[in-house]
Design a protein around this ligand. Sequence first.
Ligand code: ZN
Length: 298
Amino acid sequence: MSLFAPRSPADRHATVTEVGTRDGFQAERTFIATEDKAAVIEALFAAGVRSIEATSFVSPRAVPQLADAADLLARLQRPAGARVAALVPNARGAERAAAAGVDMMVCFVSASESHCQANLNKGVARALDDFREFAPIAARFGVPVRGAVAVAFGCPFEGEVAPAALLRVIEAYHAHGVRHVTLGDTTGMATPPVVERAVEAIRGRFPDVELALHFHNTRGVGLACVMAGLALGVREFESSIGGLGGCPFAPGATGNICTEDLVYLLHECGYETGISLERLCAVALQVAALLGRPLPGQ
Ligand code: ZN
C-alpha cells in the first residue's frame, strides 16, 4: 500500500486553505487596493478554492496593509460551501471580525516565548489569556475558532521546539472547544522527522483534534513536509498563491509553500481538491502582475 495515497475511496479529499492574501500580502510594503485584494480572492474562488484565510483583524497600526479587513470581507461574493477565515488576536479583533461576518476566526499563539514576544509583544501565558477572553465572543456569534500554533516546528530565537510547548498551547485551545488546529512553520524550520514527532505527540494527547499543516519553503523542504503529513493522515494544508509571504516579525522567513505546487502534488498523489490547476496558475500570474514582480511558485 502506498504511504501517501488515500487510504480508502472515502479518503480522497484534501483541503487546501489559501493564505496568500493574509500571510502573503501582510509582508508587502505598498498598500494593495481593497478591490484588488477582493479580485484575487474571487479569482481563487473561481478556480475552485473553498477555504481562504483572507485577512487579519490585528491592530491596523501594527499591520496597515490589512487595515481594510472589514471592507474586504464586505466586498466578497462567497460561492456555496466557501469558508472565509480571518486572524483574530484579541477580544476587540473578535468583535470586529464577527461584525464583518467571518466564517471562522483564527487565533494564533507561538509555541516559543521569544517568538511570541517578537510577534505579539506579549508572552505565551498572556497570549493564551487573550484567547480565553475572545473565545466566548466567537461562541456568542456562533463562529468556529481555529487555533494556530506559530513556530510549531522550530523557533528562530530558541531553536528546537519541544512537543510539550505545542501541547501547552493546544491544551488551552482544546479546553475552550477548539477542535481545528493548525501547526505553523512560521520560519521554515520543519523537516519530515520533526513533523512526524509533533503530529504524533498531538494525536496521542488530543485524538479528536483535526490538524492542518502550514509550511514555509525557506529551506526547500516544504513539500517534503507535506508528504510527511499525508503519510501521517493529515488532509488539510495551508499555502499561498505563487508562494507569496513570509513573516515580517521573524528574521529570514521566506515564503509559504506555493498553492499551485501543492495542488499539483496532491492531485498526483491521488487526492481531489476541487481546484483547477490551470485556473490557479492564471491567478498566480494575476497576483504577480499586481505586485509587479515574478513569484517563486514553480
Ligand atoms: Zn505562513
